[in-house]
Design a protein. Structure first.
Length: 213
């Protein structure tokens, strides 16, 4: 968290959730990619801390935040199976040459049809989907329309499907607000990476939903 005196933020739970049986999708926009990369990294870090296996994490990119709700909906419905890359594939370099899953400048694109020899990921249903986008206000009403439609649509996807859709969309008024919320602020206080909170929220909600079934 930042250094300012604030009451804001989530209280950690006393329960230690086990992410090892969970299958999680991360769907991220490619607009404002420096911030997106940091947020996806933070999300992955927290999922791994909870024990979610790389082979059970699937990452799909879409052009912008406006595309997130439909992509999340289709991922949950299972039509993603031939079109996505799981984190294990990224790490073993089958698609992106190894190293960090997000080397500088790389994107998590779907492989071209027939372009990857890797085995498709398991098609078990996702326990949670994390939608990540960064919307930065410009000089027109575009921002307001996209924020409104995307937030409402993501809520609708989770209520319609019963699968938690974590709201990882930053809606900020200026760039620095986005950087600080991704832990890469330009000042002395780099801020806090909200992706970590989204990873934790996904594991917690997925665990609740399994128990409530
Ligand atoms: C067009 C647009 C603009 C102006 N700004 C953003 C933004 O700040 N963040 C974001 O994720 N996407 C932006 N987009 C792209 C739209 O989300 C969408 O991809 C296009 O309008 C095509 O549907």
């Amino acid at each position: 968290m930042g250094t300012d005196n604030t009451i804001k933020g989530i209280t950690p739970t006393a329960v230690k959730y086990d992410g090892s049986p969970l299958r999680i999708a991360i769907v991220h926009a490619r607009w404002n990619s420096i911030v997106i990369d940091a947020l996806v990294e933070g999300t992955l870090k927290k999922l791994r801390e909870f024990g979610v296996k790389d082979s059970n994490i699937v990452i799909q990119s879409v052009p912008g935040s406006y595309e997130l709700p439909l992509a999340c909906s289709r991922m949950i419905a299972g039509s993603h199976v031939q079109a996505t890359t799981n984190v294990s594939d990224l790490l073993t370099g089958l698609n992106f040459g190894g190293g960090s899953p997000f080397p500088q400048g790389s994107r998590t694109e779907s492989p071209a049809p027939g372009g990857s020899a890797s085995a498709p990921p398991s098609n078990a249903p996702f326990d949670a989907v994390i939608a990540i986008g960064v919307l930065i206000k410009g000089h027109t009403m575009h921002f307001e329309y996209i924020c409104d439609s995307v937030s409402n649509a993501l809520m609708r996807v989770q209520l319609d499907t019963g699968v938690p859709v974590i709201f990882g969309v930053l809606t900020v008024l200026e760039e620095e607000q986005a950087l600080v919320r991704a832990g890469i602020g330009r000042g002395i206080d780099k801020g806090h990476n909200h992706g970590e909170d989204w990873g934790a929220a996904a594991v917690e909600m997925a665990s609740h939903i399994r128990r409530w079934k």
